[in-house]
Structure formats: structure tokens, C-alpha cells
Design a protein around this ligand. Structure first.
Ligand SMILES: [Zn+2]
Length: 331
């Protein structure tokens, strides 16, 4: 994977090849982030949650690249208004889950560039003690060498084994609602109580502060971060409906955009657009980075910007080359 990327990065030095890809891509790319953390914190980050974060230096480099190359950064509302056909190639910046750094680090940086962006929030995290299974699970695994699970002793003495076990439990977690996830982890790890994750997520006052800025849009990421595919139609409707109503009421704004939790093919039923339309959403984003189907405003693809995206990789991603190659080779 890495070597082919290096090869393509080198090819991009040829301006004709760059031109060809510029003509093949759609006229917009939606970038997809979770959190941006200090370089120091980033260096110490391990495990499966690392893919959620980008270092501050990398993020600033990426924003600089957009600015230096005169690439337009527009809001999702603007993209919708222009019927997904912006005249100039444009970037849309999105963040999922509502991590604290969106307020502390991301907002000041993007304010400085005057780049608009959207954060997809989870009402359950704003209205109760913030908690998500993936941070709890990793913090439990991190310092253990073995664990008893289903009456078996499981060796988790190194990072690879820990991640395997994490991924095994992830499948289970995606079938459960938050309260059930909590009970399950309490049982498996024999813990007294779950962690308070207030330090990891924005609180409602922080959201209220940034939402006053025209650069900031808020969308729904479902009420409980449920893997929609695993729940009944009724539950899916409620997740899309209740989250919208909560955010609209507490923030006094209109919620027009949705982001599917987990967001891959196996997480979406592809009937959700009926509900989204009925509830007056304008767009919905997935975490798919390519699509076989024509553009659909309720299943928009996004380009993930993970922890290891260097300047050259960023440029390649904006050209949509990863998406085009995937479409050719992995379909
Ligand atoms: Zn999410």
C-alpha cells in the first residue's frame, strides 16, 4: 500500500498526469476528520484509536496547502446550495463525534484561515456524562497482559494482540446501545464504574460558543452513535429525529446535515434517505471514500484524513486518486 502511494506521489510531479486526474475528479472533496491534538500527545498515542487523530503540525500543514494553492473551502450549506456542482474545485471540512480539541485546537486554527467547517455531534454525549465504548475499551486493554473472556484466558501482552481483541469486541459493541455497551464492558473488565470522559468531548457551553460563528455548522451524528444497520427501522427513525430536535432546541439553529455513525457499507441500510428527507435534512455523509453509484446527497462519500497523511499524500487525496484507483482495482 505504502509503496504504491509513494510511486503515485512521484508520478504527480509530472504536471500532465496531475491535469488528467484534476479533470477526472468531481469538483469537490469532503474531508473527514475526528480530532487534532498537540504533537506531543500525538507522539504518545497508541492503539486503534490513533486513526481518529491528526497532529496539530500536520493539520496546519494541510490547511496551509489549501491556502497556498488557492483552493476554495466552502460549507456544506454552500455545496448544497450550488447543487453539488461548485464552479471552482472546492473542499468541505468535516469533523465527527465532537471531541474537545474541535473547540480548543481546531476552531482557533480554522478561524485564522477563515475556513468554514461542520461538526457532527452526538446528543447523548452532550446531555449526559460523556462516554464512548472505544475510549473505554482501549484504556482497559492498554495496561493488561491477559484477560478472561468467555471463560478463556486471552493473551493481550502486545499491541497487536490488544488490537485484535479490540476489533473482536468492536463487532459486539456495534450491536448494542450505549447502556448495554457500558454494562458489557463493566462485566468483561470487572470494573466498578465507567470513566467520565468530559475531558475528551466538548460540552454544550463550548458548542454554544462556537456555533455563534458563521464559520461553524453543526450536524447530527445520530442520538446515541448507533450503528444504524443493526437496529430496527423505528429506532433508526428516532435516532435521526430525536438528535435533530435536541440540537435545534438547545442551540437554536436548524440542523440540516447528518453523518452516519461508523459510516461504512455494513453500517448503513440505504433506506435512511427516506427518513432524512422526511425530517428535512439536506445532506448526509458516510465514511466511504468511493462510490459505484451516482452522487446521492444522502450518501455522500468523504476522504478520510488519518494520522499519517503527509503533505504529498494530502495533495494526492485532494486529486481523488485514491478513490479512482480503488474504484478500478477493488470493486
Ligand atoms: Zn463517529
Amino acid at each position: 500500500m505504502t509503496s504504491y502511494k509513494n510511486y503515485i506521489n512521484r508520478l504527480l510531479n509530472i504536471s500532465l498526469i496531475k491535469k488528467i486526474f484534476e479533470n477526472l475528479r468531481r469538483n469537490f472533496v469532503i474531508l473527514y476528520y475526528h480530532g487534532v491534538i498537540s504533537d506531543e500527545e500525538f507522539k504518545n498515542l497508541k492503539g486503534p484509536n490513533k486513526h481518529l487523530f491528526v497532529s496539530k503540525t500536520n493539520f496546519i500543514d494541510q490547511m496551509n496547502f489549501l491556502k497556498e494553492n488557492g483552493i476554495e473551502v466552502i460549507s456544506l450549506d454552500e455545496l448544497y446550495k450550488q447543487n453539488f456542482k461548485p464552479k471552482k474545485f472546492s473542499i468541505i471540512i468535516t469533523f465527527d463525534d465532537g471531541y474537545k480539541d474541535n473547540f480548543k485546537i481546531v476552531y482557533p486554527i480554522l478561524k485564522n484561515y477563515e475556513f468554514p467547517f461542520i461538526i457532527y455531534l452526538i446528543p447523548k454525549i452532550l446531555s449526559e456524562m460523556p462516554w464512548v465504548w472505544w475510549l473505554e475499551l482501549w484504556s482497559q486493554l492498554e495496561n493488561k497482559n491477559e484477560i478472561f473472556f468467555k471463560n478463556k484466558k486471552i493473551d493481550i501482552h502486545n499491541e497487536k494482540l490488544k488490537i485484535n481483541f479490540f476489533l473482536q469486541l468492536k463487532k459486539k459493541m456495534k450491536l448494542l446501545k450505549i447502556e448495554e455497551q457500558k454494562n458489557e464492558l463493566i462485566k468483561i473488565f470487572n470494573i466498578q464504574k465507567i470513566s467520565d470522559m468530559s475531558e475528551f468531548f466538548m460540552d454544550i457551553n463550548e458548542v454554544k460558543k462556537i456555533v455563534k460563528d458563521k464559520l461553524v455548522s453543526i450536524g447530527s451524528h445520530s442520538n446515541d452513535h448507533l450503528c444504524l444497520k443493526n437496529f430496527s427501522k423505528n429506532e433508526v427513525y428516532n435516532q435521526i429525529d430525536i438528535s435533530k430536535k435536541y440540537l435545534e432546541k438547545i442551540l437554536n439553529i436548524k440542523i440540516k446535515h447528518f453523518s452516519y455513525p461508523y459510516g461504512q457499507n455494513q453500517d448503513i441500510s440505504f433506506y435512511e434517505h427516506d427518513f432524512l428527507k422526511e425530517l428535512e435534512y439536506n445532506t448526509s455523509v458516510t465514511t466511504l471514500d468511493y462510490s459505484y453509484k451516482p452522487l446521492n446527497r444522502f450518501y455522500l462519500t468523504r476522504c478520510p484524513i488519518g494520522p499519517n497523511v503527509k503533505k504529498k499524500d494530502f495533495e494526492r487525496k485532494l486529486l481523488g486518486i485514491d478513490m479512482i484507483l480503488r474504484k478500478i482495482f477493488f470493486r
